[in-house]
Design a protein around this ligand. Structure first.
Ligand SMILES: CC(C)(COP(=O)(O)OP(=O)(O)OC[C@H]1O[C@@H](n2cnc3c(N)ncnc32)[C@H](O)[C@@H]1OP(=O)(O)O)[C@@H](O)C(=O)NCCC(=O)NCCS
Length: 213
Protein backbone atom coordinates (compact mmCIF):
# COMPACT_ATOMS: atom_id res chain seq x y z
CA UNK A 1 0.00 0.00 0.00
CA UNK A 2 1.00 3.53 -0.60
CA UNK A 3 1.16 5.55 2.57
CA UNK A 4 3.38 8.36 3.58
CA UNK A 5 5.59 7.63 6.61
CA UNK A 6 5.44 7.56 9.50
CA UNK A 7 2.47 5.35 10.24
CA UNK A 8 2.11 3.58 13.56
CA UNK A 9 1.19 6.90 15.10
CA UNK A 10 0.37 6.98 18.80
CA UNK A 11 -3.02 8.29 19.69
CA UNK A 12 -2.96 11.71 21.23
CA UNK A 13 0.05 13.06 19.37
CA UNK A 14 0.69 15.55 16.58
CA UNK A 15 -2.46 17.56 16.14
CA UNK A 16 -2.56 19.10 12.67
CA UNK A 17 -3.55 22.53 11.47
CA UNK A 18 -6.72 22.76 9.41
CA UNK A 19 -8.06 25.25 6.94
CA UNK A 20 -10.03 27.07 9.56
CA UNK A 21 -9.23 26.38 13.16
CA UNK A 22 -7.54 23.96 15.53
CA UNK A 23 -9.06 20.61 14.71
CA UNK A 24 -8.47 18.23 17.50
CA UNK A 25 -8.54 17.75 21.20
CA UNK A 26 -6.10 15.20 22.66
CA UNK A 27 -7.29 11.59 22.71
CA UNK A 28 -7.65 9.57 25.88
CA UNK A 29 -6.21 6.17 25.00
CA UNK A 30 -2.45 6.58 24.83
CA UNK A 31 -1.88 2.94 23.93
CA UNK A 32 -3.75 2.80 20.64
CA UNK A 33 -1.58 2.62 17.55
CA UNK A 34 -3.02 3.82 14.26
CA UNK A 35 -1.41 2.27 11.21
CA UNK A 36 -2.13 1.30 7.62
CA UNK A 37 -4.35 -1.73 7.23
CA UNK A 38 -2.51 -4.85 6.04
CA UNK A 39 -4.04 -7.74 4.11
CA UNK A 40 -3.71 -9.84 7.26
CA UNK A 41 -6.11 -7.40 9.00
CA UNK A 42 -8.99 -7.88 6.54
CA UNK A 43 -11.00 -10.39 8.58
CA UNK A 44 -10.45 -8.41 11.79
CA UNK A 45 -11.62 -5.26 10.04
CA UNK A 46 -14.80 -7.00 8.91
CA UNK A 47 -15.34 -8.14 12.50
CA UNK A 48 -14.90 -4.57 13.75
CA UNK A 49 -17.65 -3.30 11.44
CA UNK A 50 -19.97 -6.19 12.30
CA UNK A 51 -19.52 -5.38 15.99
CA UNK A 52 -19.88 -1.62 15.45
CA UNK A 53 -22.79 -1.60 13.00
CA UNK A 54 -24.53 -4.88 13.91
CA UNK A 55 -24.48 -8.25 12.20
CA UNK A 56 -27.22 -7.25 9.75
CA UNK A 57 -24.81 -4.70 8.31
CA UNK A 58 -22.53 -7.13 6.50
CA UNK A 59 -22.87 -4.62 3.69
CA UNK A 60 -20.44 -2.27 5.44
CA UNK A 61 -17.72 -4.90 5.26
CA UNK A 62 -18.62 -5.51 1.61
CA UNK A 63 -18.20 -1.81 0.90
CA UNK A 64 -14.76 -1.87 2.53
CA UNK A 65 -13.80 -4.86 0.38
CA UNK A 66 -14.74 -2.94 -2.76
CA UNK A 67 -12.99 0.27 -1.77
CA UNK A 68 -9.63 -1.38 -1.07
CA UNK A 69 -8.61 -1.25 -4.75
CA UNK A 70 -8.60 2.54 -4.60
CA UNK A 71 -6.52 2.40 -1.43
CA UNK A 72 -4.05 0.07 -3.12
CA UNK A 73 -3.72 2.59 -5.98
CA UNK A 74 -2.78 5.24 -3.43
CA UNK A 75 -6.10 7.04 -3.93
CA UNK A 76 -7.50 6.41 -0.47
CA UNK A 77 -6.59 5.40 3.07
CA UNK A 78 -7.49 2.38 5.13
CA UNK A 79 -6.29 2.71 8.72
CA UNK A 80 -6.64 0.41 11.68
CA UNK A 81 -6.43 1.14 15.38
CA UNK A 82 -4.64 -1.54 17.31
CA UNK A 83 -4.57 -2.04 21.03
CA UNK A 84 -2.49 -4.85 22.50
CA UNK A 85 -2.30 -6.50 19.07
CA UNK A 86 -6.08 -6.45 18.66
CA UNK A 87 -7.72 -4.46 15.88
CA UNK A 88 -10.29 -2.33 17.69
CA UNK A 89 -11.16 0.25 15.03
CA UNK A 90 -11.00 0.97 11.32
CA UNK A 91 -11.55 3.94 9.05
CA UNK A 92 -11.58 4.21 5.31
CA UNK A 93 -11.15 7.31 3.15
CA UNK A 94 -11.88 6.83 -0.55
CA UNK A 95 -11.84 9.04 -3.64
CA UNK A 96 -14.94 10.73 -5.03
CA UNK A 97 -15.41 13.76 -7.27
CA UNK A 98 -16.70 17.26 -6.74
CA UNK A 99 -18.44 18.46 -9.91
CA UNK A 100 -17.26 22.09 -9.80
CA UNK A 101 -18.06 24.66 -12.51
CA UNK A 102 -14.41 24.79 -13.60
CA UNK A 103 -13.58 21.06 -13.53
CA UNK A 104 -13.98 17.84 -11.61
CA UNK A 105 -12.08 18.01 -8.32
CA UNK A 106 -10.76 14.82 -6.68
CA UNK A 107 -11.96 14.79 -3.08
CA UNK A 108 -12.17 12.16 -0.37
CA UNK A 109 -15.09 10.57 1.46
CA UNK A 110 -14.73 9.34 5.03
CA UNK A 111 -16.73 6.11 5.22
CA UNK A 112 -17.00 3.80 6.98
CA UNK A 113 -15.58 4.24 10.45
CA UNK A 114 -16.19 1.71 13.20
CA UNK A 115 -14.87 1.03 16.68
CA UNK A 116 -15.72 -2.12 18.63
CA UNK A 117 -18.30 -1.28 21.31
CA UNK A 118 -15.98 -2.22 24.21
CA UNK A 119 -13.47 0.41 23.07
CA UNK A 120 -15.83 3.22 22.14
CA UNK A 121 -15.66 6.61 23.85
CA UNK A 122 -11.94 6.19 24.55
CA UNK A 123 -10.55 8.25 21.72
CA UNK A 124 -10.08 5.48 19.16
CA UNK A 125 -12.34 7.03 16.53
CA UNK A 126 -10.68 10.39 17.13
CA UNK A 127 -7.21 8.90 16.66
CA UNK A 128 -8.24 7.21 13.39
CA UNK A 129 -9.82 10.34 11.95
CA UNK A 130 -6.99 12.58 13.11
CA UNK A 131 -4.33 10.40 11.50
CA UNK A 132 -6.32 10.07 8.30
CA UNK A 133 -6.72 13.81 8.01
CA UNK A 134 -3.02 14.36 8.61
CA UNK A 135 -2.20 12.00 5.77
CA UNK A 136 -4.76 13.58 3.45
CA UNK A 137 -3.38 17.04 4.15
CA UNK A 138 0.03 15.65 3.18
CA UNK A 139 -1.50 14.51 -0.11
CA UNK A 140 -2.96 17.97 -0.79
CA UNK A 141 -6.54 16.73 -0.67
CA UNK A 142 -8.72 19.87 -0.58
CA UNK A 143 -11.99 18.51 0.78
CA UNK A 144 -13.26 15.56 2.82
CA UNK A 145 -16.98 14.77 2.80
CA UNK A 146 -19.01 12.41 4.96
CA UNK A 147 -22.50 11.51 6.10
CA UNK A 148 -22.82 11.41 9.86
CA UNK A 149 -23.90 13.09 13.08
CA UNK A 150 -22.58 16.68 13.34
CA UNK A 151 -22.35 16.23 17.11
CA UNK A 152 -19.45 13.85 16.54
CA UNK A 153 -17.73 15.21 13.46
CA UNK A 154 -17.83 18.91 14.32
CA UNK A 155 -14.99 18.30 16.79
CA UNK A 156 -12.69 17.70 13.81
CA UNK A 157 -13.82 20.87 12.05
CA UNK A 158 -16.45 19.30 9.79
CA UNK A 159 -19.22 21.71 8.90
CA UNK A 160 -22.57 21.56 7.16
CA UNK A 161 -21.66 21.13 3.48
CA UNK A 162 -24.98 22.63 2.37
CA UNK A 163 -24.28 25.78 4.41
CA UNK A 164 -20.97 26.12 2.54
CA UNK A 165 -22.68 25.81 -0.85
CA UNK A 166 -22.01 22.15 -1.68
CA UNK A 167 -24.74 19.94 -3.11
CA UNK A 168 -25.35 16.49 -1.76
CA UNK A 169 -25.29 13.46 -4.05
CA UNK A 170 -28.77 12.30 -2.98
CA UNK A 171 -31.88 13.98 -1.62
CA UNK A 172 -32.12 11.04 0.77
CA UNK A 173 -29.16 12.37 2.78
CA UNK A 174 -30.46 14.53 5.64
CA UNK A 175 -29.08 18.06 5.27
CA UNK A 176 -27.48 18.05 8.69
CA UNK A 177 -25.69 14.77 8.00
CA UNK A 178 -23.99 16.03 4.82
CA UNK A 179 -20.71 17.42 6.10
CA UNK A 180 -17.43 18.65 4.73
CA UNK A 181 -13.99 19.58 6.03
CA UNK A 182 -12.02 22.14 4.03
CA UNK A 183 -8.30 21.39 4.15
CA UNK A 184 -5.46 23.83 3.41
CA UNK A 185 -5.43 23.28 -0.39
CA UNK A 186 -9.16 24.07 -0.70
CA UNK A 187 -9.89 27.09 -2.90
CA UNK A 188 -13.18 29.03 -3.03
CA UNK A 189 -13.94 28.02 -6.65
CA UNK A 190 -14.20 24.39 -5.48
CA UNK A 191 -17.95 24.21 -5.13
CA UNK A 192 -20.64 22.07 -6.71
CA UNK A 193 -22.11 18.60 -6.34
CA UNK A 194 -20.45 15.66 -4.62
CA UNK A 195 -20.41 12.61 -6.90
CA UNK A 196 -19.97 9.41 -4.94
CA UNK A 197 -17.86 6.64 -6.33
CA UNK A 198 -19.84 3.74 -7.77
CA UNK A 199 -19.36 1.32 -4.84
CA UNK A 200 -21.53 3.42 -2.52
CA UNK A 201 -24.44 3.18 -4.98
CA UNK A 202 -23.92 -0.51 -5.68
CA UNK A 203 -24.17 -1.29 -1.97
CA UNK A 204 -27.04 1.17 -1.51
CA UNK A 205 -25.12 2.96 1.22
CA UNK A 206 -26.05 6.50 0.22
CA UNK A 207 -28.43 8.39 2.50
CA UNK A 208 -31.47 6.76 4.06
CA UNK A 209 -34.18 4.68 2.42
CA UNK A 210 -37.77 5.54 3.30
CA UNK A 211 -39.37 2.31 4.56
CA UNK A 212 -42.81 3.70 3.67
CA UNK A 213 -41.92 4.63 0.10
C1 LIG B 1 -18.86 6.71 15.84
C2 LIG B 1 -17.68 5.93 16.39
C3 LIG B 1 -16.75 5.52 15.27
C4 LIG B 1 -16.92 6.85 17.36
O1 LIG B 1 -15.76 6.17 17.83
P1 LIG B 1 -15.27 6.36 19.34
O2 LIG B 1 -13.93 5.73 19.44
O3 LIG B 1 -16.32 5.87 20.26
O4 LIG B 1 -15.19 7.94 19.43
P2 LIG B 1 -14.26 8.84 20.33
O5 LIG B 1 -13.88 8.10 21.56
O6 LIG B 1 -13.19 9.41 19.51
O7 LIG B 1 -15.25 10.00 20.71
C5 LIG B 1 -16.26 9.76 21.66
C6 LIG B 1 -17.23 10.89 21.64
O8 LIG B 1 -18.01 10.81 20.44
C7 LIG B 1 -19.37 10.81 20.77
N1 LIG B 1 -20.10 10.03 19.77
C8 LIG B 1 -19.88 8.77 19.40
N2 LIG B 1 -20.79 8.40 18.48
C9 LIG B 1 -21.59 9.48 18.29
C10 LIG B 1 -22.73 9.72 17.50
N3 LIG B 1 -23.24 8.78 16.69
N4 LIG B 1 -23.30 10.94 17.56
C11 LIG B 1 -22.81 11.90 18.37
N5 LIG B 1 -21.74 11.72 19.16
C12 LIG B 1 -21.15 10.52 19.12
C13 LIG B 1 -19.41 10.18 22.13
O9 LIG B 1 -20.60 10.50 22.81
C14 LIG B 1 -18.21 10.81 22.80
O10 LIG B 1 -18.53 12.13 23.17
P3 LIG B 1 -17.71 12.91 24.32
O11 LIG B 1 -16.31 13.08 23.81
O12 LIG B 1 -18.43 14.21 24.44
O13 LIG B 1 -17.79 12.03 25.51
C15 LIG B 1 -18.13 4.69 17.18
O14 LIG B 1 -19.02 5.10 18.19
C16 LIG B 1 -18.79 3.62 16.34
O15 LIG B 1 -18.13 2.74 15.82
N6 LIG B 1 -20.14 3.67 16.22
C17 LIG B 1 -20.88 2.66 15.48
C18 LIG B 1 -20.65 2.76 13.98
C19 LIG B 1 -20.97 4.15 13.45
O16 LIG B 1 -21.99 4.73 13.80
N7 LIG B 1 -20.06 4.68 12.60
C20 LIG B 1 -20.15 6.04 12.11
C21 LIG B 1 -21.20 6.18 11.07
S1 LIG B 1 -21.31 7.89 10.57
Amino acid sequence: MNFEPPLGQRAGMSPVASHDAPLFAPTMLAQVDVRAEAMSDWSAVRAVHLAAFGAHRQVVGNLVDDLRDAVARGEGLSLVAEEREQIVGHVLFSPSLLDAPKRLVPVQVLSPIGVVPACQKQGVGTALIRRGLELLIGRNVPLVFLEGPPAYYSRFGFQSAADLGFRKPSLRIPDAAFQVLRLPTYEPWMTGTLVYTEAFWRHDLVGRRDPKA
